[in-house]
Write a new protein. Structure first.
Lengths: 599, 264, 301
């Protein structure tokens, strides 16, 4: 096959018109038309529930048990797929089209060697004579850039790194030399540097003449490789066209909002979501001035938390005041090891009042351990943490308790952090009821401040206020988190964290599990809260775009060490350390013309 | 809907335990040698046994023996198992290890053999069978509760409660215990089925309530000598045991599914 | 491996200690218990006191007991007036036959049913799961009674009792094997169905594999893992069930011996049976643990 010189209309590998897939009466794909020509890369982009994965799988007859697939016309490899029986589909799979799923750790059989997985494709399709199978397996591994193929072929998926595993998965998909690769979120579970390598590998395949159908939630990933893009929402195509055109001059409002929702350098200081800011909610909360006077004071030297920064009743300002004078949270020379493995290695950081410190790094870089050290949930082996210039590590838990409400955690999976039997109202009320014990010890420490315990009714009002503040109605209070969507759950977690009026929010990958439009709303909410209450944030994320969007200063971590530190612009535009440079370079970017008008 | 049938049967069973006289007016011990081994018919719906006793009446009254043994043994085993499991799960590591190892050792012995070991010491009889079954089942509950305690103690929501500044005691009482103890009704329901089978097994071996008491396992033990001539004497108590255990298992699994749906 | 051996030894030691404690804790004079219902003469009493060292402190008695166990001396039954080791050895054969046959039936049946019904139509799966539910809810002896009344009394195909010839093995092995098939079948089918929903199953289907090949080459290994962890239950079901089955079918064997010992309160034999079953447990669970490691490369070591 030659490199794609002919116009795509000449021959299509696959063409479906009005494709519909339903499961027990519910239609999840509602009339998609799609065609792929040789050597072409078509991308389907959409958020979870858009039907993009089901569409991709139905093209191989793998929509799943209980599915009904219908189409106006459905031709694959020049044959009418509407009349395909199980045998027809089987002959097609692997030979005509190979499938690459996300996360090879579970997409490859964990109990078999990777060599066996690749050899299986060769055997099923009799691609090479039996005697040549091993040899061919090693060739394939080498062709996808796996070093030392002979040794690797005998290993199991869990013994390989994430990147190598994904390469093996691709090798098994191309083993029978299919004309088409269907890749469903092929880089989603990967670190950004590895993602770049895998995308390069797929691009090489495409250059070699293989057509590519790429399924992704990530517009930036698609931008670098796709010729045409199809944006899906609720089972329908909302927009379709050449990549450059769709990404730089989107016509449909949904595409526009999707593009605007991607956090990046350009989005700093702006709202990401198209939803209006929660002005009403802010006004409602403003009556009872948060943070000021309410939080427990343990010593007179503490400055009023968040005082003077809040502008209630107005949309949040673009910039925010950061006082570099007062370090609310600081760590010096922190180290933590588990056995022989040093997870955090002499890390120091300072978080000032009202500031956002982004901590970015790939998996295993020690970010989450650092968060646990900062929260006083873990004692460092060396170094110390201080909160408001008082010792926070190396003191008994009893001594930390009075200050606990000052620093709160928002984690990646809110559901795990909720007591499984409590309703939303009870969850949010829990840290509130603690102002009782906290203020008790506060009064014991001789600083009789305005703190007092909340009555039942006050607590209820406060819960409703907090819910309103994060954009949830009062009816949510009686519901169980399991009945809520991922975005709503994260809002509940934020409301709960705001309850004790903390000075510091530790956000550990708070938006990683969310779709981009929901992520945009949550990031906007956090920005509003920071502007309103002046809360400092320790913001941990693997996503450089998110960190760039939210942070004032950034720490880049690798293997437990801080390799780069500085103001966000300096780190992202002029990184000094080689690793930071590689990391920043690996981030897939949307086309420059991003001045999309969102109102 | 599917829960309705087994639940109804269990209610009927509870009635048989509480007031068997309401279901049958016949004395389960009244022997009538002249009418021995009569097949099921108008006089004896389930037939009569080798001593001419009414099998229906014996099955109904037998529920009291069989279930009393099962329920009492389960309550004892669950109580002791939960206490030991919690003690292990909440203790310092060395004590936890010691307790955990002893649970392991006890569960290496097949339940029936452990029960027989207990009976070898104490002798046969209803109370001894209860003790034997309870002792044999304690390690199961203790292990499950210990494992559950371990999971809950390290759950994210417990750590989150620490960040609110809650005391250890408050966290243990408010977060750890409710989530450890939650699954116990489910475990006990399914465990009750096992206990009923174990009780019938021991009775069958002649270790349980002594004749002429009507107990399902003991009835089967007597009936096997008359299998050739009177299948009904064995069939009906057999059905009673099986239905009881099937219903308990179905209800238990149903509860379990509901429970697991609730705790992510 | 050395660690496993250590654990095994610890279990054996603990089982010995537990049964020894049971002897001490038993109400009444230890000599009375050891004599049981055997001949009770001053000579025998003196012999017992000498053998168990009952005139010495309990700690010494205990160590002495362990020392004798280490030398393979299981003691003496005063009721049967024979060495316990000798008694067990003479009865182990029929029990081994019975349990091995039952295990084979259980495992085979469970495997066949699970493979045939996993992921199939609702009716087939419903029927299989109902059959499994009933087979685990029926007391094992009831299955035996049903088998006896149908195949021995009504049809006359198999002997009613005894252990003469392979014919006499069929019904007891079935009675013991069916409940095991029920439980194993449930676990295997659940494992298969979970495996067939995993992403790697999608990948394998996307390579063009048939469903049968997918089960054989991928899913079955995954389904075996949870089944292998049932070692303790499996051993218990076999050994405990053997007691009841042997009594019901009038087969000679260790179960009969155990029953007689319990009824006659022949403590030396009871203690030896307990030790033997712990030994069987240790052996089986070690073997299964090793096979788990062989199946799952993710478990290190």
């Amino acid at each position: 096959m030659t490199v794609n010189a002919a116009p795509p209309a000449v021959r299509t590998l696959l063409a479906a018109e009005d494709l519909r897939v339903s499961f027990v009466g519910t239609e999840v794909v509602r009339g998609i038309s799609l065609s792929v020509a040789p050597g072409e890369c078509v991308a389907i982009v959409g958020e979870s529930g858009s039907g993009k994965s089901v569409t991709a799988r139905s093209l191989l007859g793998l929509a799943g048990p209980g599915s009904v697939v219908r189409a106006g016309a459905f031709r694959i490899a020049g044959r009418d797929a509407l009349g395909f029986g199980p045998g027809d589909w089987r002959r097609l799979r692997g030979r005509f089209a190979g499938l690459v799923l996300q996360d090879a750790l579970v997409s490859l059989d964990p109990l078999r060697t990777v060599g066996a997985e690749i050899g299986e494709v060769l055997a099923v399709h009799d691609a090479v004579p039996r005697a040549r199978r091993t040899e061919r397996t090693l060739e394939l591994l080498a062709s996808v850039g796996v070093p030392d193929p002979a040794a690797r072929a005998r290993q199991y998926p869990h013994q390989l790194s994430g990147g190598l595993r994904q390469r093996v998965l691709i090798a098994s998909a191309i083993a029978a030399e299919p004309e088409l690769i269907i890749a469903d979120e092929p880089t989603t579970a990967l670190d950004v540097t590895v993602q770049a390598q895998i995308l390069r590998l797929l691009a090489e395949r495409k250059a070699g003449g293989t057509a590519l159908l790429l399924i992704s939630h990530d517009l930036a990933v698609v931008a670098s490789i796709a010729d045409r893009v199809l944006v899906m929402k609720d089972g329908r195509t909302v927009e379709e066209g050449p990549t450059g055109q769709v990404l730089s001059a989107p016509e449909h409002p949904y595409t526009r909002s999707l593009l605007a929702a991607v956090p990046s350098a350009a989005s700093r200081g702006t709202r990401l979501s198209t939803a209006p800011p929660l002005v009403g909610a802010a006004a409602r909360t403003a009556g009872e001035s948060p943070a000021v006077g309410g939080g427990p004071r343990t010593a007179a030297e503490l400055p009023p938390a968040g005082g003077g920064v809040r502008v209630a009743g107005e949309p949040p300002p673009v910039g925010r005041a950061v006082s570099r004078a007062w370090p609310v949270l600081a760590g010096v020379g922190l180290s933590k090891s588990y056995g022989a493995r040093t997870v955090v290695d002499e890390v120091s950081f300072v978080l000032h009042e009202g500031e956002t410190l982004g901590i970015v790094g790939e998996s295993g870089s020690g970010k989450t351990t650092l968060a646990r050290l900062a929260l006083g949930l873990l004692e460092p082996d060396a170094g110390r943490v201080s909160l408001h210039r008082r010792p926070w590590s190396g003191v008994p838990e009893r001594g930390r308790r009075p200050l606990r409400p000052r620093i709160q955690l928002i984690s990646q999976n809110p559901l795990d952090s909720f007591h499984p039997r409590h309703t939303v109202g009870r969850l949010i009320a829990e840290p509130l009821s603690l102002s009782v014990s906290a203020s008790l010890s506060a009064s014991l420490s001789a600083s009789a401040s305005a703190s007092r315990s909340l009555s039942r009714g006050e607590r209820r009002d406060r819960v409703l206020d907090l819910l309103a503040r994060v954009g949830l109605g009062p009816e949510v209070a009686g519901r169980h988190p399991r009945e809520l969507s991922g975005g709503q759950r994260q809002r509940v977690a934020i409301a709960r964290a705001l309850g004790p009026r903390p000075d510091v929010l530790v956000c550990d990958e708070p938006v990683s599990a969310l779709d981009v439009s929901i992520q945009a709303q949550v990031l906007d909410l956090l920005a509003e809260i920071q502007a309103e209450y002046g809360t400092a944030m320790l913001f941990i994320s693997h996503d450089l775009g998110v960190v760039h969007h939210v942070s004032d200063r950034v720490l880049v971590m690798k293997d437990g060490q801080v390799v780069e530190e500085g103001d966000v612009e300096q780190v992202f535009t002029r990184p000094r350390h080689a690793y930071a440079r590689a990391l920043v370079a690996a981030v897939p970017r949307l086309p420059r013309a991003r001045d999309v008008n969102v109102t | 809907m599917r829960i309705f049938v087994p639940a109804t049967f269990l209610v009927l069973l509870a009635l048989a335990v509480a007031a068997p006289g309401l279901i049958t007016g016949v004395d389960p011990l009244a022997a009538d040698p002249l009418r021995a081994l009569a097949p099921p018919g108008a006089d004896h719906w389930f037939g009569s046994d080798h001593l001419g006793r009414d099998v229906l009446s014996r099955v109904v009254y037998g529920a009291r023996h069989s279930l009393t043994i099962g329920v009492t043994a389960t309550v004892l085993a669950v109580t002791a198992g939960v206490l030991l499991g919690l003690a292990a799960g909440l203790s310092p590591k060395w004590l936890d290890e010691t307790l955990a190892r002893s649970f392991d050792v006890l569960s290496t012995l097949p339940e029936l053999l452990l029960a027989l070991l207990v009976i070898a010491i104490t002798g046969p009889g209803t109370v001894n069978v209860i003790v034997a079954i309870a002792v044999a089942q304690i390690p199961n509950y203790a292990r499950v509760i210990r494992a559950q305690t371990f999971v809950v103690r390290h759950a994210a929501y417990v750590e989150q409660a620490v960040t609110f500044g809650r005391s250890r005691l408050a966290i243990t009482a408010g977060h750890v215990l409710p989530n450890v103890l939650g699954p116990i009704p489910v475990l006990a329901t399914i465990g009750l089925g096992t206990a009923v089978i174990a009780a019938s097994g021991l009775s069958f071996l002649g270790m349980g309530p002594q004749p002429p008491a009507a107990e399902w396992g003991a009835m089967l033990s007597e009936a096997r000598n008359y299998l050739r001539v009177a299948w009904w004497e064995a069939l009906f108590p057999g059905i009673a045991i099986t239905l009881t255990v099937v219903c308990l298992t179905v209800v238990g699994r149903r509860l379990q599914r509901r429970f697991e749906g609730r705790t992510p | 491996m050395i660690k496993r051996l250590g654990t095994g030894l610890a279990v054996m030691w603990a089982a010995a200690t537990a049964s020894y404690l049971a002897l001490l804790l038993a109400p009444g004079d230890t000599v009375d218990i050891l004599v049981g219902e055997g001949a009770d003469t001053p000579e025998i009493r003196a012999e017992i006191i000498a053998e168990w060292g009952l005139d010495r402190p309990e700690a010494v008695q205990y160590l002495d007991y362990l020392w004798r166990l280490l030398h393979g001396d299981l003691g003496r039954s005063y009721q049967l007036d024979r060495g316990v080791g000798e008694i067990l050895a003479s009865q182990a054969g029929p029990t081994a036959q019975l349990t091995l046959a039952a295990a084979a039936i259980g495992v085979t049946l469970a495997g066949v049913i699970a493979v045939a019904t996993a992921g199939r139509g609702r009716w087939l799966r419903g029927a299989a799961s109902a059959a499994e539910l009933v087979s685990v809810s029926v007391p094992p002896f009831l299955i035996g009674i049903l088998l006896l009344s149908v195949f021995s009394f009504t049809l006359g195909w198999f002997p009613v009792s005894g252990a003469a010839g392979p014919q006499a093995l069929v019904l007891p092995a079935l009675a013991l094997g069916l409940p095991i098939a029920g439980v194993l079948g449930q676990v295997l089918r659940g494992g298969l169905e979970r495996a067939l929903e995993q992403p790697f199953a999608v990948t394998a289907r996307a390579r063009g594999l048939t469903e049968r090949a997918l089960v054989a080459r991928h899913a079955l290994r995954h389904a075996l893992l949870p089944a292998v962890t049932l070692a303790g239950w499996f051993t218990g079901a076999l050994l405990g069930g053997a007691v009841i089955t042997e009594v019901l079918f009038g087969r000679p064997g260790l179960g009969q011996i155990a029953m007689q010992a319990v009824t006659g309160r022949d403590m030396p034999v009871v203690m030896a049976v307990v030790l033997l079953s712990a030994a069987v447990y240790v052996t089986i669970s070690t073997l299964l643990d090793l096979s788990y490691r062989a199946i799952d490369p993710r478990i290190g070591g």
